[in-house]
Write a protein that binds this ligand. Structure first.
Ligand SMILES: [Zn+2]
Length: 287
């Protein structure tokens, strides 16, 4: 039985849940990228058939549990283990099946775990089904690279990329917000502890680049607050804290510093020396 509770914490899951609960989840989805594509597709399948009153999927109702156990009669995995490519019969049988109303749920879901088995002929049959099939049908495609699907299919799907920076955005931003908080209210010791923590956390160069960029945007928004401009609500708390405690000259110095170090991360520099240099200049910028 698939345990989807860990996946339910990810940003992609939040996106699926919000749309599924509102009934606005697209009936054709592509799950691409290096993350756990099949779990994401299962989660979305549960979102379509879940009967919970609140958030969907709830992962607790009979429908959700059947999806996780792979025994829901209205969620089909389109496979053809006998062949390298999906046979014409399999895809035609699937097409005929779409015209039979769902058994137990409101919706009927077809899940393709590996789109590399779909040849052009299959995809052209599918295209018609996605476009003209009954409105209760939903199609979920998993492919590391969405280019495995024809452009005509891709243009009718919503693509959700997994395992990329989008999915990691939440944790990365926590560090950026912390960097801002320590700039506004911390002292030299707490800032040194923070850079040491980043270094011990074995951050990768591109993660560090994202952190500097996220922090730079928050500082830029703090400057905007001081000028009376409007900023995105999700940045308000961090930016207002900075705007309150740091003069605009310091904000400007930090924006420049973060920009310089973000660009450092584009080159092949070591994370340790980068953080060491940043720690020194960070203190200077706040003097
Ligand atoms: Zn449910």
């Amino acid at each position: 039985m698939a345990d989807l509770t860990a996946f339910a914490q990810s940003n992609t899951a939040v996106r699926i849940r919000t749309a599924a609960s509102r009934g606005t989840l697209s009936h054709a989805l592509i799950f691409s990228g290096a993350g756990d594509r099949v779990s994401a597709a299962r989660y979305a399948a549960a979102g379509f058939v879940c009967t919970a009153e609140g958030d969907r999927p709830c992962l607790a109702c009979a429908h959700c549990r059947k999806v996780m156990a792979d025994i829901h009669p209205d969620v089909s995995y389109v496979r053809d283990p006998e062949h390298k490519e999906l046979s014409a019969e399999t895809i035609r049988a699937m097409r005929s099946d779409t015209f039979i109303r769902p058994n137990e749920a409101e919706r009927k879901v077809y899940l393709f775990e590996d789109c590399s088995i779909l040849n052009e002929r299959d995809q052209n049959i599918l295209l018609k089904t996605i476009e003209e099939g009954p409105s209760y049908c939903a199609f979920l495609f998993c492919a590391e690279n969405s280019a495995a699907l024809l452009q005509t299919i891709r243009s009718r799907c919503v693509e959700l990329k997994l395992g990329g920076t989008e999915d990691k955005a939440e944790t990365d931003r926590t560090d950026a917000v912390e960097l801002c908080r320590l700039s506004a209210k911390g002292n030299a010791a707490s800032r040194a502890a923070f850079t040491a923590k980043l270094e011990n956390g074995k951050r990768k160069r591109d993660e560090l680049g994202t952190l500097f960029e996220d922090a730079r945007l928050l500082f830029a928004n703090a400057l905007l607050v001081q000028y009376g401009g409007e900023i995105p609500p999700e940045d308000a708390q961090a930016a207002q804290g900075l705007a309150k405690y740091l003069a605009s000259a310091k904000l400007l110095r930090m924006i420049e510093l973060l920009d310089t170090y973000r660009r450092h991360c584009d080159y092949n520099v070591g994370v340790g020396p980068t953080l060491g240099g940043f720690a020194v200049e960070w203190e200077n910028a706040l003097k």
